[in-house]
Design a protein around this ligand. Structure first.
Ligand SMILES: Cc1cc2nc3c(=O)[nH]c(=O)nc-3n(C[C@H](O)[C@H](O)[C@H](O)COP(=O)(O)O)c2cc1C
Length: 345
């Protein structure tokens, strides 16, 4: 591979993601839901506890900054600001794909800058399944990437649609589950598997959990469409696959069934655009929600304070929902009643 190919692709991704041409036309599903108002709430608004856990660490809000970037000079600046925001809010932050860091060490700083600025908040490493499926030195490489960012968890992202439509894509994931199983046995750091916008179904999640995966980030449809990104990059016409993918709410409410028998962290992402979306994610069964592109747009050409303010506004709205549904803590919001709007007439 040409030395700067990965790095150049990352730059293009960031530029395209700053436009709304890459958004799904279909909805993530959150608008279809409404909360059951609890008129006799006895929750003291000031005492509401939004904190929860990310594996062993206590975090202030049920939210993480999703994996986005690394491997370019521009990425270093973005990651620095996002890490400052994560540290200030005490929430986890993901690193973008660390593939570039395996190719050469030109941009190692663009990844390391996250831990440098994030203090002790959970940091999440990231690599694509297409790479993880084939490396002969898989365990050593993943451990190297974990150490590079001092990660508390490692994400393997599955993106078959993106690989299929990307001009340089590698649409072959054979051996993936076997390698994930090997990794979960050999690496002590918890492994999370996430999609990038097409969603993870209950049956896929079950296989991943059986393979030892400790977290599922559904990254469903309704937010950023990576098919749209790749179609724009290759200047191809829109086609059926631009809208391919399962809405985030569908993924969360079906995958959560597995919680009856299995212990794992369920993350709702893909089209999370507000505190109300976070609240609905939790009420539908997610442990945390996560967001990517809305935060990228907020941080570009602005400082960390701008993302911090946006997220504080989101968390204020989450708190209001908790009060109005009689949920003094995140655990109680889990059991809160949420209905399809069409059932509330
Ligand atoms: C600029 C950008 C770069 C991304 N790069 C990665 C990546 O390297 N690894 C990954 O797992 N997901 C990556 N994603 C996907 C997001 O983590 C997320 O799953 C997806 O964008 C859907 O969330 P959203 O609708 O909030 O954007 C990226 C997203 C954006 C916007």
């Amino acid at each position: 591979m040409a030395k700067n190919e990965t790095s150049n692709r990352k730059k293009e991704h960031i530029q395209l993601c700053l436009t709304d041409k890459v958004a799904y036309a279909k909805s993530s599903g959150f608008d279809e839901y409404e909360f059951e108002h609890y008129a006799i709430t006895e929750v003291d608004y000031k005492q509401i506890d939004l904190s929860t856990k990310f594996f062993q660490k206590r975090i202030n809000y049920p939210f993480l900054i999703s994996c986005m970037t690394g491997g370019t000079t521009e990425a270093e600046k973005i990651n620095e600001k996002l890490a400052i925001a994560a540290c200030e809010l005490n929430i986890p932050i993901g690193v973008g794909s660390q593939r570039q860091a395996l190719e050469n060490n030109s941009f190692h700083e663009s990844y390391k800058i996250i831990r440098k600025n994030a203090g002790s908040v959970p940091v999440i490493g990231n690599i694509g399944a297409a790479q993880a499926a084939f490396s002969s030195k898989l365990t050593e490489e993943i451990q190297f990437l974990i150490d590079l960012v001092e990660a508390d968890a490692m994400v393997i992202h599955v993106n078959p649609l993106q690989e299929l439509l990307q001009k340089e894509g590698e649409p072959n994931f054979s051996g993936l589950l076997k390698n994930i199983k090997k990794l979960t046995r050999q690496i002590k750091t918890p492994i999370i598997v996430k999609e990038v916008g097409s969603g993870i179904s209950k049956s896929s999640a079950k296989k991943l959990i059986d393979a030892g995966v400790k977290g599922i980030d559904v990254a469903g449809a309704g937010g950023t469409s990576w098919a749209a990104v790749e179609l724009l990059r290759s200047k191809a016409k829109d086609d059926y696959f631009k809208e391919w993918g399962m809405p985030t709410t569908y993924c969360v409410r079906t995958v959560r069934d597995l919680k009856k028998k299995h212990e794992f962290m369920l993350i709702a992402s893909g089209g999370i655009n507000s505190g109300i979306d976070i609240a609905k994610s939790i009420a539908l069964g997610a442990d945390l929600a996560a967001s990517a592109r809305p935060l990228l747009k907020e941080v570009m050409n602005k400082d960390a304070g701008s993302v911090i303010q946006l997220l504080k506004n989101w968390f204020d709205d989450l708190k209001k929902v908790m009060y109005l549904t009689g949920s003094p803590s995140i655990n109680k919001l889990h059991k809160s009643k949420i209905h399809l709007k069409r059932e509330m007439i």
